[in-house]
Ligand binder design. Sequence first.
Ligand SMILES: NC(=O)c1ccc[n+]([C@@H]2O[C@H](COP(=O)([O-])OP(=O)(O)OC[C@H]3O[C@@H](n4cnc5c(N)ncnc54)[C@H](OP(=O)(O)O)[C@@H]3O)[C@@H](O)[C@H]2O)c1
Length: 252
Amino acid sequence: MDQNFNGKVALITGGTSGIGLAISKELAKLGCKICISYSQSDKKAAITKKELEQFTNEVLLIKSDISNEQAVIELFTKIKNQYQKLDYLINNAGIDLPQAFEDFSFKDWKKIIDINLNGKFLAIKNAIPLLKNSEDARVINISSRLSQKPLLEASAYCCSQAGIEMLTKVAALELCKYNIKVNTISPGFTKTPLTEGIYINKEFWEKSAAANPSKRVGDPIDIANTVVFLLSSKSNYINGVSIHVNGGSHLG
Ligand SMILES: NC(=O)c1ccc[n+]([C@@H]2O[C@H](COP(=O)([O-])OP(=O)(O)OC[C@H]3O[C@@H](n4cnc5c(N)ncnc54)[C@H](OP(=O)(O)O)[C@@H]3O)[C@@H](O)[C@H]2O)c1
């Protein structure tokens, strides 16, 4: 990438693990100032900071539950105090708690929607004043292949991901007047701590790779590379779309 990202300020929600960690690393390598939010694991956050410090000294870690409005307000106040602007919001934090529909606990349903969908709304809403201070602001919401394809025991997760794709379109339409572009990246099945925790059987992973036309599951770097493209000047005219990154898994 020949573009200069030096001085750009990026927030990656859930940037301490899996897809978010890969995005954080790629943006740090390109010279961005990195802000990362997470809600639980201080240990993972400390390891992340150390890894990123190979590439940049500008790493701001903020412990903040993305589904808690007050915490999100405080998150953006901290970024404002440090940098006075935000160039890139990578709305990545998400969870899944697989359960069959008829046994689904309403508490868990609400938790999934709160983190995966409401958290993205809260982040965009509270980021707007800082994004307006950027010359070329971008928001990328991370959704999923499951925004369009139902999966057993994933009702809340699938619904939250479908909501993210529409949230992107409405936000893109409303925020274009501020020169803020909003897009979605929808990964296919990707090997991360989230999916490795759910699918512990090695055979499952082999079968998933074999079933994909590209004969492998996704790697977090596949998503990070797409993020870099969507933040670059090469994607200037792309707004309000969802890019599916899945090796062709939707084709079968
Ligand atoms: N892996 C896949 O196959 C796949 C496919 C499609 C889409 N996605 C989406 O990609 C995103 C990242 O997934 P991943 O697989 O990389 O998951 P992951 O490895 O479990 O990472 C999730 C990150 O989100 C943070 N997080 C969780 N709850 C949070 C909250 N309430 N507030 C703030 N941060 C929170 C976690 O840190 P703490 O635990 O410390 O809070 C962690 O940094 C998710 O939105 C997921 O839906 C994943």
